[in-house]
Design a protein. Sequence first.
Length: 146
Amino acid sequence: MKTPLALALAGLLSFASTPVLADDVLEFTVMDAAEVSLDDFKWIARPLVVFADTPADPRFQKQLDSIEAEWPMLADRDVVVITDTDPAAKSDIRTKLRPRGFMLTLVAKDGTVALRKPQPWTVRELSRSIDKMPAREQEIRDRRGS
């Protein structure tokens, strides 16, 4: 049975691309920063924004490969992946977060920047960082029914 959160997230994301639900996990989908706003995800999901000056940046490719390889761990934590590899386009997200070259940014559900890293991070590192967030701790308690 699909969880209400997964269904709500799928409905929200349908405007950017059509994610497919499989075994209660959204399939790995990457959104373009020019097509979405961070406010679209407030209190619904945790945007993970991957910036680079070009899609050919090896750090950018390494980060996306890592995320895709272990996507279920992040999907379980309500993460959505947003990319921006065009500094000239000056997307709203790029303007707000002001990256320099490659940058990995995790935004909390309340819209605050939770993490900024100038190098790729493993999904395990990202998951640990998310699991320390108060909202995530509450989600875990709610799932356990306590």
